[in-house]
Every structure is written in C-alpha cells, then in structure tokens.
Design a binder for this molecule. Sequence first.
Ligand code: 13P
Ligand code: SF4
Length: 357
Amino acid sequence: MTTQISAVSSGKQALKPARELIPATLPDLAYTPEVARETAHLYEKVSGVIPPIEWPGFAPYIKAINELKRSRNAVVLAHNYMTPEIFHCVADVVGDSLQLAREAAKSDADIIVQGGVHFMAETSKLLNPDKMVLIPDSRAGCSLAASITGADVRALREAYPGVPVVTYVNTSAEVKAESDICCTSSNAVRVVESLGVPRVIMIPDEYLAKWVATQTSVDIITWKGHCEVHERFTGEELRAYREADPGVKIIAHPECAPDVLAEADFTGSTSGMIKWVHDHQPSKVLLVTECSMSDNVAVEAPKVNFVRPCNLCPHMKRITLPKILESLVMLKEEVTIPKEIAARARVPIERMINLSH
Ligand code: 13P
Ligand code: SF4
C-alpha cells in the first residue's frame, strides 16, 4: 500500500495510508457569498481575461482545490498552456517543460497533480518515484510523443551507429529509456553542444531540430514528428498580420515550421517567449503558440496588446478545474511506469537537469 505524510490541523505531520484519505463525496460546489469573498482576490487578478459571468462556475472549484491541496499536502504543477483559472488560481508552480521538470525534482509534497499532458506527468514521476503523481485526464497526449516508439529509436541507432540520441522531453518514458540525453525547447542548443560531437540524432520534432541546426555547427539527423498545434501556423498568415500592422512584434515557439520562424522577431520556449514580452513590453505582440498562453501573460502585462491567432492544444485543454478536483478527491489517474523502463528513462532526464544548473 502507498503511504504518505499528510499535513494535519495540529500542524504536525502524520503517517497515513493515501487511500484512507479518499472522501466519500465531492465537496459542496455552490457559489455562495463565502466562496465569492474567499476567492475575490483571485478574481481581481484574472478579471481582464475571465468575464464576470464565468467566475461563479470556477470559484467553488478553485476554493475546493486549494483546500484539498493543503489537507493532502499536494501541489499542482501547471504548464504555460493551462487556462488562466488553472494557471493563476490553483497552480503552485507554473512554467515551461524544463521549469516544471526542475520543480518536480525539488518538490517535498506527497502528491503532484500535473496540469499538463501525459509526458510531463511521466517526467514528474521519473523524478519523484516515491510520490504519487496524478494526471487529471490520462488521455491528454501529444502528437510529438505519439510520433515515435522505443523500437524506432533502436532502428535509428542501428542506422547511425555511435551517433548520440538527443530526445525532446515531449516523448514517452519508453522512448526516453532508449536515449542518451533529453532536452527541452529552452536548452536544446546547449544540450546538443554539450555532447562535443560533430553529429547527433535529435528526435522527434523535425522543426525544433531544424531550428537548432540554424544555431549550431553540429550536424543534426531529424525525425518526422510535428506538433499538431504549431504546424498549423503558416508564414503567409504571419506576413498578412505584419502587413495589416507593421508595428506588431511576432514571437514564435521553435516547434513551428521554418517558414514561420523566418517571420519571427524572436524564437524561444514558452517561458522564453513570456520573458521576452516582460523585458520588451511591446505595444502589440503576436505569440505564435497555443492561445491560452496569451491570456496568462496578459494578466501580468496589462499594457501589452495581444493579437491572438487562436490555435488550441486539444490535449492540454482536457485538463480542467473539475478534473483537477476529481483527481485530488479520488487520487486518480495515478501515473505508473514499469520499473525497468523508469530506471533507464531517468538517466537522460537527470543528465539534462544536471547540465542546466
Ligand atoms: P515548452 O517547453 O516551451 O513549454 O514547450 C512544451 C510544449 O509542449 C510546447 O508545445
Ligand atoms: Fe504536444 Fe503540441 Fe500540445 Fe505541446 S502543444 S503538448 S507539443 S501537441
């Protein structure tokens, strides 16, 4: 049986079997004056991006989730693509894939709830093998992770003997287990160059690999995986935005195709893009990425006008407040990874994390 330390009202920590903590029913979810009062400070923060009519639907869940996190000693990790009511109102840690992986490694919570997709929850589990990691909807996948298997990596190694494999974190644990080192979009160039070799295999994102190839002299062998959200943007679309408004700044994620990145004033990871907006405070900006991110950044950059060519990630959008609450109440869906795969998959992730310190 899984055991966990749970915070109790006396302030002491008591050892309790996790399963005994399951409440029989969901908490009351009425929008009462008390709920309105207790969540008012949070609504003030997000009022620019969440209409008042929607708040009564969110507030009872936010209050219940925040209370349950305390009693369960749980944390919610939220990727930058989570909707604002999750990102700003229930998350304990927010960030890009690298930041979430690092924070997961440091966490002293008993339960980690992953606000993000399945490969992110697997990374958290790999770095926290003794903790309970929950994903509110296990169907939250990723087209990049689905594009490649462990057998594909073994075939690549046979085709290119001795060439190291650099694997984007947007992959399954099974694929990581076949890899030399992981990378994210924020450290990919550094990771590739850290190997000190003339040639690497970089999987599975063809466009990220092509972008890295423009930033380094290392020869890169790519795979044909694509992000189904970023591949929808086109260079033509961005030129039309620029023609309509020559002052607009265009910043893009490296999962976009090369003709899209050619139109960008800056290319970086989701957190790199957020930092660029904060540092430059452009009067108008177009974030070429998943559209919830514009809402999340707008909350903290009220003077910036965001142009929103909206492409949603259907996998990220499976994670909602009701599912996060249900996940904490029922302690589901628990992420598990076979021991033998976990032991091998942890190595390339830890190599990446150690490199970025
Ligand atoms: P970041 O690491 O830049 O947050 O990217 C993760 C992702 O899935 C982007 O689509
Ligand atoms: Fe995967 Fe693209 Fe969704 Fe990111 S945005 S999780 S890369 S499908």
